[in-house]
Design a protein around this ligand. Structure first.
Ligand SMILES: Cc1cc2nc3c(=O)[nH]c(=O)nc-3n(C[C@H](O)[C@H](O)[C@H](O)COP(=O)(O)OP(=O)(O)OC[C@H]3O[C@@H](n4cnc5c(N)ncnc54)[C@H](O)[C@@H]3O)c2cc1C
Length: 380
């Protein structure tokens, strides 16, 4: 057992950390305020190899291991929660679907520009009536000659309004339950009938547009099918398992930012003629915050380790995401508490971390669904 980072992992951490401190952190409040997609930062991240971290170089990726990818995403999320979602949805979800289930042509055509960051990816699974209950989806894809005709709509799609490539799930056999779901590559610029209905006004996660999409008799060529008809549900679950490791990374990054700011503030703010960090109550809060962050990291890297060994990691990914997301919210909450009244204002980033952290408990499997998964696994 070796808990030390390899030379490559350390190099990635240092490189991304420097980028985040110099380019992201100074912009984070503005991104939060304007809620605009930071296209220039994303383009720069593409040039740095941060938009396709875990995929092979032959498809434009950076060829990093999953630990390095998680470390990179943790650092990015330390700078901006919204940017963390942009990268996670683009890479762990859209990119992974193309890499794992695309054929060689699809990988060359769609995955390479996604990994290079010249195309933005999105993953469209959820619908108004189908969030946790994926098989309840109503979007259909009907074969017509050498095309599919897609009708329906999707909700909550991260990057959905700015994406060049959207992986869309639809029912090709509505009577076959979860075995009737298939996945397709959709290209908003090329495919008539792709409509962005609008974007959500959210509590946090600003800068990452969360879009409502509609498909009106949208015709796509048959060679956009990923894998075989009926594979979509299993593909989605496999992809979400890997994605959960990176939502743990986003959670840890936000928690670290909250902790860093709290430590700094506790050293600066004086009450009763001493820094508040000298009070045992505050010192203990900081100690608990860091202990939770360190424990979450171990769970995240354990799940990443199993994934890299090609072993089953469903329970471990669920545990990493469940624990990291909950401690992220708790740590951010204590960050506000340590800042006192100032923490409740926009003068400090503490309140942003809290708003950004909350989302981790909802997407890519709510905490309740993850507890179901872990409990089912224990009782198998
Ligand atoms: C900002 C944001 C970004 C998102 N990005 C994407 C994206 O890029 N792509 C995408 O496809 N989706 C995305 N989602 C959707 C997200 O994955 C869903 O919101 C999530 O799966 C929950 O679905 P729901 O909102 O319909 O809640 P519901 O499924 O209606 O759940 C409501 C409540 O009931 C609980 N519940 C439901 N079923 C059970 C059960 N069986 N046992 C116990 N409790 C249960 C839930 O845990 C929750 O507390 C995003 C959501 C948000 C908010």
């Amino acid at each position: 057992m070796d808990f030390a980072l390899t030379a490559e992992q350390k190099q990635i951490k240092d490189m991304v950390s420097e980028f985040v401190d110099e380019e992201v952190k100074p912009r984070a409040a503005e991104i939060d305020e304007t809620d605009e997609f930071p296209a220039d930062l994303v383009a720069e991240m593409g040039q740095l190899g941060l938009m396709g971290m875990p995929f092979p170089e032959e498809y434009g990726g950076a060829g990093l291991d999953y630990h390095s990818y998680a470390i990179g995403l943790e650092e990015i999320s330390r700078g901006s929660g919204g940017l963390g979602t942009i990268v996670a949805a683009h890479t762990s979800l859209a990119g992974n679907m193309l890499y794992e289930f695309g054929n060689e042509d699809q990988k060359q055509t769609y995955l390479t520009p996604v990994n290079e960051g010249t195309d933005i990816g999105a993953f469209a699974l959820s619908e108004p009536g189908a969030g946790s209950d994926v098989p309840a989806m109503e979007t259909t894809a009907v074969k017509d000659g050498n095309e599919y005709v897609v009708d329906g709509g999707k909700l909550w799609i991260s990057n959905g309004s700015v994406a060049d490539t959207v992986v869309v799930f639809a029912k090709t056999d509505p009577d076959a339950g979860n075995k009737g779901i298939s996945s397709f590559v959709v290209r908003p610029e090329e495919d008539d009938g792709f409509v962005v209905e609008g974007t959500e006004h959210k509590l946090g996660d600003k800068g990452c547009p969360t879009a409502e999409l509609r498909f009106d008799d949208m015709r796509i060529p048959e060679d956009r099918l990923l894998g075989d008809e009926g594979d979509g549900f299993v593909q989605a679950l496999k992809t979400l398992n890997g994605g959960r490791i990176t939502i743990a990374a986003r959670s840890i990054g936000i928690a670290r930012a909250a902790l860093d700011d709290a430590v700094k503030y506790a050293g600066e703010r004086e009450q009763f003629d001493q820094p508040i960090g000298e009070f045992q109550a505050i010192k203990h809060k900081l100690a608990d915050m860091d202990t939770k962050v360190q424990a979450a990291k171990l769970l995240m890297h354990k799940a990443a380790d199993l994934k890299m060994r090609d072993e089953t990691f469903i329970k471990e990914a669920a545990q990493a995401k469940l624990y990291a997301s909950e401690i992220s919210r708790e740590v951010a909450n204590e960050g506000i508490q340590i800042h006192g009244g100032y923490g409740y204002t926009k003068d400090f980033a503490a309140e942003r971390y809290y708003r950004d952290a909350k989302l981790n408990e909802i997407y890519e499997g709510t905490s309740e669904i993850l507890r179901n998964t872990i409990g089912d696994w224990l009782q198998k």
